[in-house]
Design a protein around this ligand. Structure first.
Ligand code: FMN
Length: 361
């Protein structure tokens, strides 16, 4: 029987257990730079025995930012602050990976004051925000920005990087036939829609070398008619494994609506009560050999352990419950296996920072 406290390897990185803090934007830095508040949040998570911590997303170019208060990684001046962060987390034998994102039109933040790139002129379904269809030079600019972000992450001491390819952000939009209507080599067939992601990955790999962990967060399906389908996501996962990605985190794009969709089927798989997208991750985990991470709706130790032992899913990522209890994993490890205290109200996104309203200190 496999244990949630087994150590696990992602390329050259070893996580002491199978628990991941999934990327959770804190909205606690006005400048994008590290500060004492953020350092203490990450120290608390590391003390709480999480094997692998994914940071909140970091923007890769200065002029683009899908939300206020996120980390920055667009300049070498960020490196010093992140060194302190990585040292702090490593002291507790946890691993820390920087998530990097180009947001795009899934935003209502400072719209009109900046250029927002998109694959095509299709407004984002939820926000209605319209982007600028990217030229090939702009594509190159973003590909290079991801690669430079990865270089800075490595120089800072992060144990790896994660590419945010989910949640209708720019990479997800390139993959999606709904958002990507391009007629050049970046649009049309799935191979073409994948090209942007592949170029980002390959450029990053060139810069960080073959041993440095590069993870990818993808959406299981777009969850709407005309969007990216799960069968396409399965192909993307196979392709990304083939070219060298080190782990895939499979998410969704339900933004707080997970609970209300439990039991509903999308592309023939149901949203689960425990581990919303785990049915999708189960399928993919049988088709690829690199670690598959499921994220979303993890509530009890027992159900997570069952999932581990009845699938090839290797890791389990948690976001909101760790806002309520940063020491959740330590609690479970010490034998108190009661379910998470988070009630998934999704009221954790706040103007003055993202915190659990049940425990605001
Ligand atoms: C406050 C907040 C911030 C988030 N920030 C990010 C982020 O920066 N990057 C990302 O990929 N997902 C982000 N997410 C999504 C989570 O990583 C996760 O996929 C989602 O909350 C489902 O997991 P859970 O049920 O354990 O909360 C965020 C979620 C919340 C609640």
């Amino acid at each position: 029987m496999k244990s949630l406290f087994d150590s696990i390897k992602i390329n050259s990185m070893i996580s002491k257990n199978r628990f991941v803090r999934s990327a959770t934007w804190e909205n606690m830095t006005e400048t994008g730079y590290m500060n004492e508040k953020l350092l203490s949040i990450y120290e608390e998570l590391a003390k709480g025995e999480i094997g692998l911590i994914l940071t909140g997303y970091a923007n890769i170019v200065k002029e683009e930012q899908p939300n206020a208060g996120m980390f920055g990684i667009y300049d070498d001046s960020f490196i010093e602050g992140y060194k302190e962060l990585c040292d702090k987390v490593h002291k507790y034998d946890s691993r820390i990976v920087l998530q990097m994102a180009y947001g795009g039109t899934k935003t209502t933040y400072n719209v009109g004051e900046r250029i927002i790139f998109a694959p095509s002129n299709i407004p984002e379904k939820g926000t209605g925000t319209q982007g600028k269809e990217m030229t090939k030079d702009e594509i190159k600019y973003i590909v290079n920005a991801f690669a430079q972000g990865a270089r800075r992450a490595k120089e800072s001491g992060f144990d790896g990087v994660e590419i945010h390819g989910a949640h209708t952000y720019l990479i997800n939009q390139f993959l999606s036939p709904y958002y990507n209507k391009r007629e050049d080599e970046y649009g049309g067939s799935l191979d073409n829609r994948m090209r942007f992601l592949i170029e980002i990955y390959e450029e990053m790999r060139k810069v960080v070398g073959k041993d440095y962990p590069i993870l990818l967060k993808l959406t299981s399906t777009d969850f709407f008619q005309g969007g990216l389908t799960f069968s396409e996501t399965r192909e993307i996962c196979k392709k990304m494994e083939e070219i060298g990605i080190d782990a895939i985190e499979l998410s969704g794009n339900l933004h707080g609506k997970g609970e209300s969709l439990i039991g509903e089927s999308f592309d023939e798989y149901k949203i689960q009560n425990e581990g919303y997208f785990s049915e999708f991750a189960k399928v993919v985990s049988k088709e690829i050999k690199i670690p598959v991470i499921t994220v979303g709706g993890i509530k009890t130790f027992e159900a997570t352990e069952d999932l581990l032992n009845n699938s090839n899913i290797e890791m389990f990522a948690i976001s909101r419950p760790l806002l309520t209890e940063p020491d959740l994993i330590k609690r479970w490890k010490n034998g108190d296996k009661k379910k998470v205290k988070c009630i998934r109200c999704s009221k954790c996104r706040n103007k003055d920072g993202n915190y659990c309203i049940l425990i605001k200190r």
